[in-house]
Design a protein around this ligand. Structure first.
Ligand code: ZN
Length: 181
């Protein structure tokens, strides 16, 4: 059984004036990302939106020292970007579409993702979203350590760091044994 993870494709990470934006590379994957997501929903697969949720008052969060405030709960910056927002809105009552608020880079950190996947007999994870070398990477590493097979949708991941993006794609394939499609 397979599932799709859709990671952090929000206004703050993609829009030109987003707080921590991937900009043009992030915007360039919109069409592919939406099409892949739609195809998984239509196939009846489990689709998980794993989305950063930060609080301005969270003074102990390590990202405070690394990045400007982003994806703050209750702000428009946390809304899904572009066509992906429409796909989610049209399917949010579908029990196979699941939303996870995450506090760290990995979708597995402090969430119930692993048990939700295991309950459904899912062994293969398809990853999409941003940033290739941060949240997608950390999610992939956790998935690898938990024994999942990985498939990375190369044209549905992006980063603000092109060197990091290319490095992460090589790491997925050469070190995590992922299939790149
Ligand atoms: Zn964050």
């Amino acid at each position: 059984m397979r599932a799709l993870l859709s990671i952090d494709y929000t206004y703050d990470f993609v829009a030109t004036d987003g707080k921590l934006t991937t900009g043009a590379p992030g915007q360039a994957i919109e069409e592919t990302l939406v099409a892949v997501t739609q195809s998984f929903i239509e196939a009846g697969d489990y689709v998980v939106f794993a989305i950063d949720a930060h609080e301005a008052s969270d003074q102990y969060h390590p990202e405070n020292k690394l990045f400007p405030p982003h994806n703050l709960v209750g702000t428009e910056g946390r809304a899904l970007y572009g066509g992906l927002a429409d796909v989610y809105q049209a399917n949010q009552d579908n029990p196979l579409v699941y939303w996870i608020d995450k506090r760290h880079y990995s979708a597995f950190s402090g969430t119930d993702l692993d048990i939700r996947l295991r309950e459904r007999g899912i062994t293969e994870l398809h990853l999409t979203g941003v940033c290739t070398d941060i949240c997608v990477l950390h999610t992939a590493i956790d998935a690898y350590n938990l024994g999942y097979k990985l498939v990375i949708h190369e044209h549905a991941v992006a980063s603000f760091n092109q060197v990091g993006h290319e490095w992460a794609l090589a790491h997925f394939k050469g070190t995590l044994g992922a299939e790149i499609v």
